[in-house]
Design a protein around this ligand. Structure first.
Ligand SMILES: [Mn+2]
Length: 410
């Protein structure tokens, strides 16, 4: 049984906060139903090595439980308040599919929920909870990505005719924005793994021939410690591909002496790192145009770091950090920052909300000139503090000297 990565008290607090936030958001308490990711989901299954289940971030956030196909029911009207329903499977199939998490007292204690039950018992418990809360139910799905969650929600809506079903996600998003010290520690571990991968892979680039080889070497390092997931499929773009913002093919040759842009991240216990470095294929910044633009992006990145602090909004931070790039006549192609957490783009990135201590945001200015075969982005992860920020990715080289030193084995 996988142990929840955070103290059980944290999950209990989150569930209490979720019920309260949902009640405040829609005039009164209602039960909340949260779905784990199904057994196999092509959107969530980011591991190129087949098999490992990646849990839905909302379900993991509330339960710490990795079981696929499980459902968590929070009923504010009675005890047990939090019940974990598990897909127990067919005992005769264990030899084919392996053992599944069972609703036993040990499971209940391990996850700190009030009760555990087989999935078959969900319907009566749900009907009771809905009846106790004025015929209302909160479900969680992402409007921005129509995936299995939205389909599951639709299915339940059809089944529960006459029940008012709301999407609880908007009410709960603020709860995930500020990370506590335990979460920051997990994020730091994801970054440490990412650094290990980059440290091993960047010096290899002059000896490799294809973008796919760079991606493969990185992935090997990211997946190795305890077989964790990738935060997302790495982007490795050479030359004109480095100037393609959402390049995802990684199937081109490494152009000699051209920039190689690498945007990637490991995870640890569900928390994502998100780091971009852009390096010269041959390990030297000796192409004047690339070097000049690189220093410009580095300046913007430094401004982002200098001005990131509690109280500033992302809109204000964008205006300050992009200035040198705009002054030099290049367009702003994307935002400087997004929230990072259990999703690499954590929900709740809002340009007009003041940053708070405990938020983790990206700092990722860039210049993209496809016609010149140059794309440059330098991305770090910043932890917002009371009077500034901590650059969590500061050990990963980015100055011209430090990158050249790493790539040339010095
Ligand atoms: Mn990013």
């Amino acid at each position: 049984m996988a142990i929840p990565p955070l103290p059980l008290a944290t999950y209990r607090r989150r569930r209490r906060q979720a019920l309260r936030a949902c009640a405040d958001h829609s005039d009164g308490p209602m039960p909340i139903l949260v779905f784990a990711a199904p057994w196999s989901d092509p959107v969530l299954d980011l591991t190129p090595v087949a098999g490992k289940h990646r849990q839905d971030p909302w379900f993991a956030w509330m339960s710490g439980c990795m079981a696929p196909g499980a459902v968590l029911l929070l009923n504010p009207a009675q005890k047990p308040q939090a019940t974990l329903f598990l897909e127990t499977g067919d005992p005769s199939k264990v030899v084919w599919d392996g053992d599944r998490l069972q609703p036993t007292p040990a499971t209940r204690r391990a996850y700190g929920v009030d009760a555990v039950a087989p999935l078959e018992d969900l319907r009566p418990a749900l009907d009771r909870a809905i009846a106790q809360s004025g015929n209302r139910l909160g479900l969680l799905w992402r409007d921005r990505e129509p995936g299995w969650q939205a389909q599951e929600a639709q299915r339940w809506r059809r089944r529960l005719r006459g029940v008012t079903v709301i999407n609880a996600e908007p009410a709960l998003v603020p709860l995930r924005l500020v990370k506590d010290a335990d979460e920051v520690a997990l994020h730091k571990r994801a970054i440490a793994i990412t650094w290990k991968g980059l440290r091993a892979t960047l010096p290899r680039i002059p000896h490799l021939r294809y973008e796919s080889q760079v991606a493969a070497e990185l992935v090997q390092h990211y997946l190795n410690p305890a077989y964790e997931h990738l935060a997302f499929q790495p982007i490795v773009g050479s030359g004109v591909h480095a100037a393609t913002l959402h390049y995802k093919y990684n199937d081109g040759p490494l152009q000699r002496r051209a920039p190689v842009l690498i945007d990637s991240g490991a995870t640890w216990s569900g928390y994502c790192a998100d780091v971009t470095r852009t390096v010269p294929q041959h390990g030297r910044f000796d192409q004047p145009r690339f070097r000049e633009l690189y220093e410009l992006v580095l300046r913007a990145n430094a401004l982002g770091r200098r001005h990131a602090r509690a109280g500033i909004t992302l809109r204000e931070l964008n205006a300050l950090a992009w200035q040198p790039i705009l002054d030099a006549g290049f367009p702003r192609m994307h935002g400087l920052s997004h929230q990072i957490g259990m999703d690499v783009h954590d929900p709740g990135t809002n340009p007009d909300q003041a940053l708070q201590p405990g938020m983790i945001i990206s700092n990722e200015p860039g210049i993209y000139l496809p016609e010149e075969g140059i794309g440059i982005r330098i991305e770090d992860d910043l932890l917002i503090t009371k009077d500034g920020c901590q650059e969590l990715t500061r050990m990963i080289p980015k100055t011209v000297r430090a990158v050249e030193r790493l790539m040339n084995g010095r």
